[in-house]
Design a protein around this ligand. Structure first.
Ligand code: ATP
Length: 510
């Protein structure tokens, strides 16, 4: 839709603000870094995304139930989970620009640049060889590509070793050896690398001893693990089963930019699926595929997604993948699918002294279930959908229109009801249609300006259907329904409007 990705991203941010989707937080006080507020339309879209996920996970699976645990939790939970000791990012400052960076991100961005070079070589070759181009063969034989790949492998090997051994001096040395410069100052005047814990700390009145620090949860998952027994027993759940949750999470991100991609207060949709030990890798594969299907069901193109399987696994995981999406600033993580073994339940058993086990009647034995986790950010999903939907279209008459091609079932307003003119009883008829539809759908009434401008306004906020009331409506009780994406119009009987909307808005998730 725009000349380049940076332009496109700017348009996304500007459009989100102009039409009431997303505002910078505390804007009249000059904002608060990496915190955003959802406006009147953003809230509708966000709620619809959450509901779509909830339905796909909880309503469509009879063995998954949902909970809503508190944000405040006992401080020992974060000891048990490992967050107090290990939820760190390695940070590094540039002395000249005074800007702070994540050392790991600097290195990963450097690797991505070399990967881009490989892509460019492939692109060139594809143009040269046309139909006959065989990518696999090309990347395994072309000298320049092999040289780039060798560089990448060497960096990854060193980087992986430093991260595993918590070798901060090694990380700094790697940054120096790769000649990475600060994008602002252009210099290599780096400080040492330090670890920085991402949890926000606070204190709770008199309930907990003064010396105890409380944390704002950095993920919702732990609220699920500590309720494992409560849910399993009260719901008489049988393994395999899942517990889902949507809620706020907080991380004191070092480098928080890219709009709602990386925020300090954000929302997650997580599901922990408890399985028999030994079956976890089958379930991992299942959920990995299932989650990608969910993304595709939103109408996002398949080539905007890719899996990034983790080579370097966290000590408690035996498989992990990221589902990455092509954001306007490149492929980045949208969702994580992790096989977390029995780490979390075992640690909470150890730290709480309560046995978190399951008696499997079929096997006649008790065990600590293994866990597959699916974890997705609401805000990143919002950004993926919104940025993909925003388009500027060239029309046949030479004009352009801005249209937000949202999946209809996620659109803030499902329909706008528009009297063609503000007289002759048309507004009254239009209002009666609003009254008929409003109990089932978010609908908007609009009578201001010429009809063409009203259509454009609805296009820009993603309303899939405009229902126009004209003089014929008063004669034959039919209306014109204009479809956002094709701009085609059809005549529908008022009495059939409800059915028309429900047919077009039914979710496609199986
Ligand atoms: P990243 O590597 O991008 O920091 P992560 O690996 O730390 O992400 P997870 O801990 O796996 O992320 O969290 C699960 C999901 O929560 C992510 O896939 C993402 O969608 C979302 N998420 C994590 N951190 C943030 C954040 N700061 N702002 C918005 N969403 C986030």
């Amino acid at each position: 839709m725009a000349t380049n990705n940076e332009d496109q991203f700017k348009k996304v941010v500007a459009h989100a603000k102009e039409y009431g989707f997303i505002f910078p937080s505390s804007e009249i006080y000059d904002g608060l870094a990496a915190v955003y507020d959802y406006g009147q339309l953003g809230t509708e879209l966000k709620n619809n995304i959450k509901q779509y996920w909830w339905r796909a996970m909880v309503q469509y699976h009879e063995n998954i139930v949902g909970i809503d645990s508190a944000i405040f939790m006992h401080p020992r939970i974060w000891k048990a989970s490992g967050h107090v000791d290990a939820f760190n990012d390695p940070l590094i400052d540039n002395r000249d620009s005074k800007k702070r960076y994540r050392a790991d991100v600097l290195i990963e961005e450097h690797i991505a640049k070399i990967e881009d070079k490989i892509e460019k070589e492939c692109e060139k070759a594809r143009k040269r060889f046309g139909e006959a181009f065989d990518r696999q063969q090309f990347v395994s034989t072309n000298a320049r590509v092999l040289e780039h790949q060798k560089q990448i492998d060497e960096i990854k090997e060193r980087y992986g070793r430093c991260m595993n051994d918590n070798d901060l001096t090694g990380l700094k040395q790697l940054i120096l050896d790769l000649g990475i410069v600060c994008p602002i100052s252009g210099t290599r005047n780096w400080t040492d690398v330090r670890q920085f814990n991402l949890m926000f700390a606070t204190r709770m009145g008199s309930v907990i001893d003064d010396s105890d620090t409380l944390y704002l949860r950095p993920e919702t998952a732990q609220g699920i693990f500590v309720n494992f027994l409560n849910v399993q027993k009260s719901g008489r759940m049988k393994v395999p089963f899942g517990i889902a949750q949507i809620g706020k999470a907080f991380r004191n991100e070092i480098v928080a930019r890219q709009f709602i991609f990386r925020m300090r207060e954000f929302e997650q949709m997580e599901m922990q699926f408890f399985v028999r030990p030994g079956t976890e890798l089958e379930w991992f594969k299942y959920w990995k595929e299932e989650r990608l299907k969910w993304h595709l069901s939103l109408g996002l193109p398949a080539d905007s997604f890719r899996y990034h399987d983790h080579e370097k696994l966290a000590h408690y995981a035996n498989a992990a993948t990221d589902i990455e999406f092509r954001f306007p600033f490149g492929f980045k993580e949208l969702e994580g699918v992790h096989s977390r073994t029995d780490f979390d339940l075992s640690r909470h058993s150890e730290f709480s002294g309560k046995k978190l086990q399951y008696y499997d009647a079929e096997l006649g034995e008790a065990y600590t279930p293994y866990v597959i986790e699916t974890s997705i950010g609401v805000d990143r999903t919002f950004l993926a959908i919104f940025s993909h939907a925003l388009k500027e279209e060239q029309l046949e008459d030479g004009s352009t229109r801005t249209v937000l091609n949202l999946p209809p079932m996620l659109a803030p307003y499902k329909a706008a009801v528009l009297p063609l003119v503000k007289k002759d009883g048309l507004p009254e008829k239009a209002r009666s249609i609003v009254d008929m539809l409003k109990y089932d759908y978010m609908v908007q009434y609009d009578e201001k300006d010429a009809i063409g401008r009203r259509y454009r306004r609805q296009d820009a906020i993603g309303t899939p259907f405009c229902i126009t009331v004209d003089n014929d409506t008063l004669q034959d009780d039919t209306v014109t329904v204009r479809l956002r994406d094709t701009m085609q119009q059809e005549r529908v009987a008022t009495a059939n409007l409800q059915q028309f909307l429900s047919d077009h808005l039914r979710p496609k998730v199986q």
